[in-house]
Design a protein around this ligand. Structure first.
Ligand code: NAD
Length: 477
């Protein structure tokens, strides 16, 4: 094992879990065992919740302008530790170093936004009649839980940590059990920045811990990011226990390409969108809808995809099971009559024979009913569906149950607006393949990609992490 056994982090201390259940942490880059993570039980969660409740009594009373000071220092620590953190993410997640570094840069941007909270959350006051004022005040919700997926070990936790904590909440983070190491490093940096004990806690575990979080009476709000099936379970279970819940799910993102699109720019965008982070992004292009004669663009997309080399500028997928599942989808489409233009199956990287690599794969002649057209594959695979006109393209996009992202590539302003207006997705790009909103704009999809009201980042997250107190004061007799 390269690293010591992972622990939990409760009340400012790295503590072992009360459990015999553990899981090996395997680097998908080469199959080596990095560490072992405890799969905590209810007693560990009880301990973390009780410490978070105690910490809440003080932290919630600290003025917001004072709370952000911790995060100004934390942002500088992220900058200082960027290389070490990026390397750890690369090892445990399998993405490239540059992709891991981009995650830390995004984590910094998210922290910077949280530092602007004093400017964002001023209440309102109005003298509603002589000597009588009404006022509002933004108050934290309490102890909140953040349950996160494997694909962004730093960025997704930073969707929730800085905003929730700056707004006065205390938190239990439940990292993905397959990438638990980066979160523990983040805890150390928050501590170094001066965050008081108990404000941020980590409990490692799997499904049973998530269920315990949904049921725990001491947890007031639950945010979840992961697959749609689990998002549904978490939303239903935590809501049934009267918690505030926001659950972000999976995706199947469509890029609609018109024949007048700038060919080279479009091809570069499409190839980067479907292959970045080995296709394991909830914003990745999964289906390209080619409207009319897009032959010249499809040729360029394939040429771009062939420049993406596993083990060089393409990382691994997360596990052997993921690799097998992705390759099954490709083979299934081939058997159903689709044409494999670029084939990423059976890739072996020299010197990393035990790593889990899938090369970029482009599948043409896909029809809307095929599993590669409808299901989330979560690998570097692009299905091309050919249609005659934009309304047919929109019908295919609208029929998919997810609604995270969509994009249109064209040089016509009118067509771009028509498609962007009518795509059924929460985040829409025009000539941008990965339309992730930047702060202060909020991140969140529609349809089966999100359950709950509002978004998880940016301005919209303020409503999720706070509740309003309304005051009505007579100041004079
Ligand atoms: P996942 O749903 O398997 O796991 C997410 C979290 O849920 C993990 O912490 C895991 O321990 C827990 N979990 C897993 N199975 C569970 C179960 N049956 N009951 C309760 N908890 C359970 O997701 P993943 O494989 O880690 O991540 C990939 C998925 O996340 C993809 O579907 C991707 O689209 C999605 N994702 C979505 C967004 C978004 O913003 N919408 C962002 C990132 C990832």
């Amino acid at each position: 094992m390269k690293y010591p056994e992972a622990s939990n982090y409760i009340n400012g201390a790295y503590v072992p879990a009360n459990t015999n259940r553990t899981l090996d942490v395997i680097s998908p880059l080469d199959g080596t065992i990095l560490s072992r993570v405890p799969l905590s039980g209810p007693a560990d969660l009880d301990d973390a919740v009780s410490k978070a409740q105690q910490a809440f009594l003080k932290w919630s009373k600290v003025p917001v302008k004072e709370r952000v000071q911790v995060f100004y220092r934390y942002k500088m620590l992220l900058e200082k530790n960027m290389t070490a953190l990026s390397e750890l993410i690369r090892e445990e997640n399998g993405k490239t170093f540059d992709e891991a570094k981009a995650e830390i840069e995004k984590s910094i941007e998210l922290t910077e936004f949280a530092c602007s909270m004093p400017q964002m959350v001023c209440g309102e006051t109005l003298e509603v009649s002589r000597g009588v004022e009404c006022r509002t005040e933004v108050c934290p919700v309490g102890v909140v839980a953040s349950i996160v997926p494997f694909n962004f070990p730093s960025m997704v936790p930073h969707w929730t940590i800085p905003n929730a904590l700056v707004l006065g909440n205390t938190m239990i983070l439940k990292p993905s059990e397959v990438v638990p190491l980066s979160a523990l490093k983040i805890a150390g940096l928050l501590e170094e920045a001066g965050l008081p004990p108990g404000v941020f806690n980590i409990v490692n575990g799997d499904r049973s811990l998530v269920e315990a979080i949904c049921d725990h009476p001491g947890i007031d709000a639950v945010s979840f990011v992961g697959s749609t099936n689990v998002a549904r379970i978490v939303y239903a279970r935590a809501s049934a226990n009267f918690k505030r819940v926001l659950a972000l799910g999976g995706a199947k993102n469509h890029l609609i390409v018109l024949p007048d699109a700038n060919p080279q720019m479009t091809a570069a965008n499409v190839a980067a969108s479907m292959s970045g982070c080995a296709g394991q992004r909830c914003m990745a292009a999964s289906v390209m809808i080619a409207v009319g004669d897009c032959e010249h663009i499809i040729g360029l997309v394939c040429a771009e995809a062939k420049k993406i080399i596993p083990g060089v500028n393409l990382g691994s997928v997360i596990s052997a099971a993921a690799k097998e599942k992705i390759e099954k989808y490709i083979t299934g489409a081939e058997k159903q009559g689709a044409r494999i233009l670029v084939d990423g199956r059976n890739v072996v990287v020299d010197g990393k024979e035990n790593g889990f690599y899938v090369g970029p794969t482009i599948i043409d002649q896909v029809t809307p009913g095929m599993p590669v057209a409808t299901e989330e594959i979560f690998g570097p695979v692009l299905a091309i569906i050919r249609v005659k006109n934009t309304d047919e393209a929109l019908a295919v996009e609208n029929a998919n149950p997810y609604g995270n992202a969509a994009a249109v590539f064209t040089q016509s302003g009118g067509m771009a607006k028509y498609i962007a207006d009518n795509a059924s997705a929460g985040m829409v790009g025009v000539n941008i393949g990965v339309p992730v909103p930047r702060e202060p704009f909020s991140f969140g999809g529609w349809n089966d990609s999100k359950f709950g009201v509002g978004d998880l980042t940016g301005k919209s997250s303020i409503h999720f992490w706070t509740k309003l107190k309304k005051g009505h004061n007579q100041m004079e007799p």
